[in-house]
Write a protein that binds this ligand. Structure first.
Ligand SMILES: [Zn+2]
Length: 283
């Protein structure tokens, strides 16, 4: 409920003859209010704060009561503004705090359905989701799309919370998510430590890191630790199932792929080009 809608009633300064009369007037007014609220089928303007003014008759007096907009939600003027605010805040958190490249986040105004986004939507957030495919098939976009859904699920219903509440929930959820390229992990020891612990990790571009055995060892360690602690992990890669076996060893490939088939998913995203879709949509 929008708590801020309450306590704004005009002072009712009517002369009340008797307690019985007064209570009868209140009963009549409440019935009228219920009726007026039920009659609202589209968002009455202005509904900029999720509240609507209901004009009522109480005895000889006109009173105005502020009530929560009965269609509070995405079809309401306040809802539209609120959704815009949330999208903006999540985009900031995803780029500045989580480290998702801006080009993936900029396209959330419309959902681009690909094999990758479909599978990311279906994923149960357990174990590994491996999105495999060539550049441009939309695997990183799908991973970013998943993060957006994940943060929204942590916010819960924004219509039932105050601004500071959903912002705090979004902030707290985002602090547990990390997006890191495989090469950044092997280059920075502190990133390698942090990614093992994050509540959700997007390991982008597996296979693009250095081929030095020390680099491979760091990646194997990160994946093993996440597997052991059962922390949800999305991996994007151009490698196929057998490439992963060759590069990191069968034992690790079985962990990732076995896990992907068991609790999570290994998805071959196909040749569909997101860039091509984008161009066609723009045309
Ligand atoms: Zn409204």
């Amino acid at each position: 409920m929008q708590e801020h809608c309450y306590g704004k009633s005009n002072t009712m300064s009517s002369h009340i003859g008797s307690i019985a009369d007064a209570s009868q007037r209140v009963v009549t007014m409440l019935a009228e209010k219920e009726k007026k609220i039920a009659e609202i089928t589209s968002c009455p303007a202005p509904c900029t704060d999720g509240c609507v003014s209901i004009k009522l008759q109480m005895g000889n007096n006109r009173v105005v009561q502020e009530e929560t907009c009965p269609i509070l939600g995405p079809n309401c003027a306040y809802g539209v503004a609120l959704q815009r605010q949330i999208a903006q805040r999540l985009a900031e958190l995803m780029t500045a705090k989580i480290g998702i490249p801006r080009r993936h986040v900029a396209r959330f105004d419309r959902y681009i359905e690909t094999i990758a986004t479909k599978e990311a939507t279906r994923w149960n957030s357990r174990g590994f989701l491996v999105l495999s495919g060539k550049t441009g098939c939309g695997k990183s976009y799908a991973a970013a799309w998943f993060v957006d859904r994940y943060l929204r699920s942590r916010i819960g219903n924004p219509y039932q919370s105050e601004t500071w509440e959903w912002r705090a929930k979004a902030e707290s959820a985002a602090s547990g998510v990390m997006w890191s390229g495989a090469q950044s992990i092997v280059e920075d020891r502190s990133i390698a430590t942090d990614v093992k612990r994050s509540s959700l990790l997007i390991l982008d571009d597996l296979g693009k890191e250095s081929e030095l055995s020390s680099a491979q060892a760091i990646i194997r360690d990160v994946i093993s630790k996440r597997y052991d602690s059962e922390r949800p992990t999305i991996i994007t890669t151009e490698l196929t199932v057998s490439d992963i076996g060759v590069r990191y060893g069968r034992a690790l490939a079985e962990r990732v792929i076995g896990e992907a088939e068991d609790g999570g998913r290994f998805v071959t995203c196909g040749d569909l080009s997101l860039r091509l879709i984008d161009r066609n949509c723009a045309a």
